[in-house]
Design a protein around this ligand. Structure first.
Ligand SMILES: *[C@@H]1O[C@H](CO)[C@@H](O)[C@H](O)[C@H]1NC(C)=O
Ligand SMILES: *[C@@H]1O[C@H](CO)[C@@H](O)[C@H](O)[C@H]1NC(C)=O
Ligand SMILES: *[C@@H]1O[C@H](CO)[C@@H](O)[C@H](O)[C@H]1NC(C)=O
Ligand SMILES: *[C@@H]1O[C@H](CO)[C@@H](O)[C@H](O)[C@H]1NC(C)=O
Ligand SMILES: *[C@@H]1O[C@H](CO)[C@@H](O)[C@H](O)[C@H]1NC(C)=O
Ligand SMILES: *[C@@H]1O[C@H](CO)[C@@H](O)[C@H](O)[C@H]1NC(C)=O
Ligand SMILES: *[C@@H]1O[C@H](CO)[C@@H](O)[C@H](O)[C@H]1NC(C)=O
Ligand SMILES: *[C@@H]1O[C@H](CO)[C@@H](O)[C@H](O)[C@H]1NC(C)=O
Length: 911
């Protein structure tokens, strides 16, 4: 651009600015305030024409409509004045270090999206959500420094909400009963808080698809019954709470595919309907008190049933002993009380079950004594199947309903005590030999208007108030009136429910579009915009501006001893990796890619991609710190991982003279990798597919904890370069069949590769070993052929691990099962990474019961903040001109035009 042109432009800008400053004075003042409250403000946030600032969008009259400063390593606060930006539709400030009290956004009636997650805000005002009538998407997850807050009832006024996410946000109190007023809500994510109380009834009938309420500090309680009427439910994460009662009948939740119920207090028999859910793919129910036969799911379903951690009668599928079956039915009529679920384990009721006595042979149950247990529910007719019973004591509980007439058929019954309950209905006629006690049941034998003997086993029949056949006709009348009123209410409710449902079905059509929010598996590209479905907001969100990540070639020369041989850490992938050390001792790894490796890929495209990748931070991902373009050369700077690659430790430990990894280390590495990849797939605002997951891309720290490297870069490579000659990027042995065949890439490609890595960890063998005979050279084929049953694990596992205990073998076979599942032929049969993490987590925790372990996966690596690293660099070297404000001013002689990152690069590169 010539000087002449730019002067015109400048004049024009000035004129425009003067015009604008009259109409949009308010926004100008607010934006100035905003700019000063950030430290540092983004580099382009200078000058008065805020509409040209990076991340800001305005409408025609220069009112701010969108602010997107995601992932910019910013500190500072959000100023209270922000709620004067009355045209604001999008506020996205996620993944920074913003702190302080959140200002209220009350009355920003146009705002559609507010994303605040992964910051350090300290409080949220109670009126935050007031009047946000258009709010669709809200997220405040991972702000764990927030002072405790409760979900306000007034959230119900934000009736356009589609997604509400507030995990790790220090929420206390109960979940308000407002979901009937949020007909568009599809995602509700409140994991890792301190929510208590029951699931609110209005969740039933809601359109929620993703319900994540897992890991509450104290635990949500009550039953899960309401789930059965959330018919759009697709993912339900309710693990690590204090839910009680049975698993409800979910047969109307026809699209449910992931159900996480582990670590609760659930009791009772797993319902048959659960096993036939058509879409179910993952279920975890371990660590409950579930009873009855071991459930059997279809082969496509990944299960964690907790054979040992539940109270199933047998550890293999099949019916329970008849007496056990009958007793479970008895317990079922009482709502499967926890006290019974804890004690009634195994398939022999005579093995010390509480309240049960058996005959001298120790085979037949002779007595059931439930006296004074505060039990509620009814008396089950299944007592009649315990034919040896001599004594049944049910006195002093809160039982209701009739005394089943089947009990009269018990041949050996001598004693039946039902006194002091709330039973009703006919009293059956027992044989003379039975000592029958029924005092203290005011309604028993009182209200049988029809008076037909023999029909007495039904519940209290009081249709129409019976004209006083009993002594207390006044009580009868009162009961009648009450029942009348109840009937009336029921009818009213039913009618309004029908109307409501009708309205609902009209809404459903509009929501079809939004369904894509659930899974992004079908997307063809490696970088997936997670907010695809957000309409207009989407365009604003998908702009990813570059950050301060360019590093000068001089610095890199210096720190690597001019790329000396002795600093070479490894070769492969796309080039040579050198070790470097900054003056302060910080170690880095520099990957130098030979010219041409990047092929025809445009420089801009490369820059844009790197700019994104440098912002992906996770404890289990190797941080990309920066890059340099030097002529045809591309250099990438990573954090240094002292223990090198997993393949060095797994396959080359003899040569490298190190100890082989033990199982504990291996499974912990697997979990780390799983978490890193899970994050890539789903936790970041933007989702990546790694495409080349393998042990040489898994790096280890001194503590043998693993990080995944080279993510997102593989697609930068031209076809046919390195990684064997292949049309698709990736490495043979790790390629999912559909990827190899069609080049079609989804997150399931990584899941497959992860499965292969698991097999390598188990066997110590490479995915593809050309030195072995053909029938053994391909690990996946060999592994799947040999691992027919659990016992085969001995045959396949790496003999360098010295395994002698059952527990470890059990752990290995669980991982083997997961590996098989991950390498399923069809992508849809493979679980997602979240599931893999769920399976591996408990295996690691077995050795390391730290609570932090689970939160771990969500943390960003704050020790390696990019500005810190680079600041240090700048101070050390003083050559990285990118950060020198005066320099960029001289380069772009037109100060009124924002110096976008692309322009700056064009003129300076990193020479
Ligand atoms: C929002 O609007 C209401 C009603 O107009 C007003 O009372 C309230 O003060 C406003 N809140 C803020 C924070 O401006
Ligand atoms: C968050 O803020 C608190 C003080 O408000 C500070 O102690 C803490 O270190 C901050 N955390 C991060 C990750 O910046
Ligand atoms: C949650 O809020 C309470 C009360 O404000 C506070 O004491 C506690 O430290 C907060 N928790 C976290 C993890 O910050
Ligand atoms: C969690 O919530 C419960 C009930 O509201 C409260 O008693 C407890 O102190 C809370 N725990 C923490 C750590 O805030
Ligand atoms: C499933 O839906 C049908 C029709 O709405 C209803 O009759 C039935 O009771 C529901 N089943 C469950 C288990 O909620
Ligand atoms: C009880 O016995 C009857 C008849 O033998 C049988 O059909 C029924 O399934 C049994 N019920 C239970 C709970 O065992
Ligand atoms: C136990 O019950 C079975 C079947 O009800 C019966 O055949 C058997 O005689 C009983 N045993 C004893 C010791 O009463
Ligand atoms: C009550 O009893 C009458 C007469 O036997 C019968 O027609 C009716 O269905 C019963 N109602 C209920 C709710 O059981």
């Amino acid at each position: 651009m010539t000087y002449h042109n730019s002067r015109h432009l400048r004049l024009l800008c000035l004129t425009l600015f003067l015009l604008i400053s009259f109409t949009a004075a308010d926004d100008a003042a607010v934006m100035q305030k905003f700019s000063t409250s950030l430290s540092p403000a983004p580099p382009t946030w200078t000058g008065t024409d805020f509409c040209t600032w990076e991340g800001i969008n305005c409408d025609k009259s220069s009112r701010v409509t969108s602010i997107n400063i995601a992932s910019k390593s910013l500190t500072g606060t959000l100023p209270p004045e922000i709620n004067q930006l009355s045209q604001l539709k999008n506020l996205a400030v996620q993944r920074n270090f913003l702190s302080g009290d959140l200002p209220t956004l009350a009355n920003l009636t146009l705002i559609e999206q507010v994303i605040l997650d992964t910051n350090n805000f300290t409080s949220i005002p109670p009126d935050f959500f007031t009047g946000l009538n258009n709010l669709q998407n809200f997220s405040i997850s991972f702000n764990s420094d927030l002072s405790a807050w409760v979900l306000p009832e007034t959230l119900s006024e934000n009736s356009n909400l589609q997604s509400f996410q507030a995990s790790n946000a220090n929420i206390t109190g109960t979940i308000p009963d407002i979901f009937d007023k949020l007909p568009n809500l599809q995602n509700l994510r409140l994991s890792y808080n301190n929510l208590t109380g029951n699931l609110p009834p209005s969740l039933g009938g809601s359109q929620i698809q993703n319900l994540w309420l897992n890991n509450q500090l104290q635990g949500l309680s009550g039953t899960l019954d309401v789930l059965s009427s959330i018919t759009q439910l697709s993912e339900a994460w309710l693990q690590a709470n204090a839910f009680t009662g049975t698993i409800p009948d979910l047969s109307n939740c026809t699209i449910l595919f992931d159900l996480q119920l582990r670590d609760n207090q659930l009791t009772g028999v797993v319902p048959q309907s659960l096993m036939s859910l058509p879409k179910l793919a993952n279920i975890a129910i371990q660590n409950n008190k579930l009873q009855g036969p071991l459930p059997v799911f279809q082969p496509r379903v990944t299960t964690d049933l907790g054979t040992d951690t539940n109270s199933f009668c047998l550890s293999t599928p099949g019916p329970c002993d008849p007496q056990v079956t009958a007793l479970l039915e008895v317990a079922g009529a009482l709502g499967y009380p926890m006290s019974l679920a804890q004690s009634w384990k195994g398939d022999d009721a005579c093995q010390g079950w509480t309240f049960i006595t058996c005959d001298s042979s120790g085979k037949n149950v002779t007595s059931v004594s439930f006296g004074k247990q505060k039990f509620t529910g009814t008396i089950s007719p299944a007592f009649a199947n315990l034919t040896s019973l001599r004594s049944i004591s049910l006195n002093d509980n809160n039982l209701v309903g009739p005394i089943p007439k089947e009990l009269t058929s018990l041949p050996n019954l001598q004693l039946l005590d039902v006194s002091n309950n709330n039973l009703s209905g006919e009293i059956p006629e027992f044989p003379k030999a039975v000592r029958f006690t029924d005092g203290g049941n005011p309604q028993l034998g009182q209200d049988s208007p029809s008076g037909t003997p023999g029909s007495g086993s039904g519940p209290t029949n009081t249709t129409g108030s019976p004209p006083g056949s009993t002594k207390s006709s006044s009580t009868g009348m009162i009961v009648g009136i009450i029942i009348g009123v109840i009937l009336f209410i029921v009818i009213i409710l039913f009618v309004s429910y029908k109307c409501y449902i009708k309205k609902k079905t009209q809404n459903v059509k509009n929501q079809e579009k939004g369904k894509a929010l659930v899974k992004n598996d079908d997307v063809e590209v490696g970088v997936v915009n997670k907010l695809q479905t957000q309409g207009s907001v989407d365009k604003e969100m998908s702009v990813f501006e570059g950050g301060n990540v360019v590093i000068s070639i001089q610095v890199l020369r210096q720190v690597t001893g001019n790329f000396s041989e002795e600093n070479i850490l490894g070769r492969g992938g796309f080039g040579v990796v050198y070790k470097g050390e900054l003056h302060d001792g910080t170690k880095i790894a520099v990957k130098r890619m030979e010219s041409g490796v990047m092929g025809t890929k445009g420089q801009k495209e490369f820059q844009a991609e790197i700019a994104v990748l440098t912002k992906v931070r996770h404890r289990h991902l190797v941080a990309l710190l920066g890059y340099c373009i030097n002529g045809n050369e591309r250099l990438l700077v990573y954090e240094y991982m002292p223990q090198g690659t997993l393949s060095q430790h797994l396959f080359e430990w003899r040569v490298n003279n190190v100890n082989p990894l033990n199982w504990k280390q291996r499974v912990s590495i697997a979990l780390d990798v799983g978490r890193g990849v899970e994050y890539l797939h789903s936790l970041a605002q933007q989702s990546f597919i790694h495409r080349d997951l393998k042990p040489s891309n898994i790096l280890l720290g001194d503590d043998m904890r693993a990080k995944v490297a080279d993510f997102g870069l593989v697609k930068s490579a031209p076809d046919g370069k390195h990684s064997l000659e292949t049309k698709v990027a990736g490495t043979f042995g790790y390629l999912a069949p559909e990827y190899a065949a069609t080049g079609r890439v989804t997150t399931k490609v990584d899941v497959y590769a992860f499965g292969v890595v698991l097999m390598e960890l188990i066997t110590g063998r490479k995915a593809l070993d050309e030195n072995l005979p053909e029938d053994k050279s391909h690990l996946v084929t060999w592994f799947r052929r040999l691992m027919v049953s659990k016992e085969d694990i001995i045959k396949v596992m790496d003999q360098s691990m010295k395994i002698d205990d059952e527990e470890t073998l059990e752990s290995i076979s669980k991982v083997a099962e997961l590996a098989g599942h991950c390498t399923a032929r069809e992508p849809y049969q493979r679980p997602d990474m979240g599931h893999a993490v769920n399976v591996l987590g408990p295996l690691v925790e077995r050795w390391k019961p730290s609570r932090n372990e689970e939160e771990d996966g969500y943390g960003i690596d704050l020790h390696m903040s990019l500005p810190q690293v680079l600041e240090r660099w700048q101070a050390d070297e003083g050559t990285s001109r990118m950060f020198d404000d005066s320099f960029s001013q001289t380069v772009s002689s037109v100060p009124s035009k924002p110096s976008g990152i692309g322009d700056t690069f064009d003129s300076m590169d990193c020479r």
